[in-house]
Ligand binder design. Structure first.
Ligand SMILES: *Cc1c(COP(=O)(O)O)cnc(C)c1O
Length: 359
């Protein structure tokens, strides 16, 4: 066996021993909540399509029309020839939803965090994040070269303790998820904004799981998020003042050096944002509360501890026709392997009751 294959098979063996090896499984989605795997149909509680918009006929129609009219690919980065006119409506719609002057759409949420964070801060600056923020925020922080400090989850006393070192740095960026992706709880944005103002720091909030679902209690300096979850399409965005957006257009490497989104995706996202409403958001939230009456968002964790326990539970649910992926380290801290249950507007109360029984 070539040396490279030998080395990676050793690594794979270690991962498999820890029950941490990840493998791909064919999953064909239909009607938003059904997934076909290995010839069997499951009701999925693992998709982030909280409003079912990825399957909405108007959204599908918008994508088809845009493809017919403009073709499939963007052809170049947005600063070259990939700045399709459809972007303008999408960005205006996002800015309006986020109550900011402007917005910028990038390739994905991941590309947004790994590009925007290094554009804003670098060596000599300080980044402070919640311990449980999404991996791509940490990747962006590491790429930036700024000093990274992390506070205990949603603990404002710990955040303020870290902010006391703020004076040793030139700029300071605080970054948090709005709705935490693996726990479903919500960051205290009002308190965070007050601390940011008190210590002359900028607050950036990742709204990947909040847009269209949870109204924020305060406005950060910078919003970012994804068009791939409740919006049901694909892409990432950042929303902020016009000046910040003008600066990011010319300074964000993952924006400058990556191709624009397909026209179909832009048209679909724009249509989906139009279809969002408080009435639609109330549906998955009510189902989450039917499952657990203290649910704060459309995400509810069932924490089981060891990897093997979460995998076994996920398997037993599969036998009952329910698809709920086990989430293990390093996605979540060691000893907190879990089922991450995600609710959609398309689930029925009966499906939730079946899940309650099976869990
Ligand atoms: C999913 C997610 C992202 C990444 O967004 P993509 O568009 O899927 O790349 C970023 N942040 C959080 C909190 C997420 O859950």
């Amino acid at each position: 066996m070539p040396a490279l294959d030998n080395i990676v098979s050793e690594r794979l063996k270690t991962l498999a021993e820890r029950e941490q090896q990840r493998v791909l499984r064919d999953s064909s989605r239909s009607e938003g909540i059904y997934v076909e795997r290995g010839g069997k149909m499951f009701v999925s509680f693992s998709c982030n399509d909280y409003l079912g918009l990825s399957q909405h006929s108007k959204v599908i129609e918008a994508a088809i029309e845009a493809t017919k009219q403009y073709g499939v690919g963007a052809g170049a980065s947005r600063l070259i020839t990939g700045n399709h006119p459809l972007y303008e409506t999408l960005e205006a719609t996002i800015a309006k939803k986020k109550k900011t002057e402007a917005a910028l759409v990038l390739g994905s949420g991941y590309l947004t965090n790994v590009g925007v964070i290094p554009a804003l801060v670098g060596k000599g600056d300080l980044i402070i994040t919640d311990k449980l923020v999404h991996a791509c925020i940490i990747d962006g922080a590491q790429l930036s070269g700024a000093t990274l400090k992390r506070f205990k989850h949603n603990d404002m006393v710990d955040l303020e303790r870290l902010l006391e070192s703020r004076k040793d740095y030139e700029n300071c960026l605080i970054v948090t998820d709005h709705v935490f992706s693996m726990d479903g709880d919500i960051a205290p944005l009002k308190a965070m904004r007050a601390l940011a103002d008190k210590y002359d720091a900028w607050l950036m909030v990742d709204d990947a799981h909040g847009l269209g679902i949870i109204e924020p209690e305060a406005e950060p300096h910078i919003w970012m998020g994804t068009l791939s979850k409740a919006v049901g399409a694909y892409g990432g965005y950042v929303a902020a003042s016009q000046k910040v957006i003008d600066y990011l257009i010319t300074s964000t490497r993952s924006f400058i050096f990556s191709t624009g989104l397909p026209p179909a995706t832009i048209a679909a996202a724009t249509e989906a944002l139009k279809l969002m409403s408080p009435e639609l958001a109330a549906k998955p939230l009510a189902l989450a509360r039917r499952f657990r009456n203290d649910a704060q968002s459309t995400i509810v964790p069932v924490i089981l501890g060891e990897e093997a326990a979460a995998l076994a539970k996920s398997k037993s649910l599969e036998a009952a026709g329910l698809l709920i992926q086990a989430i293990r380290p390093p996605t979540v801290p060691a000893g907190t392997s879990r089922l991450r249950v995600a609710f959609s507007a398309l689930h029925t109360p009966e499906m939730v009751d079946k899940l309650v029984k099976a869990v």
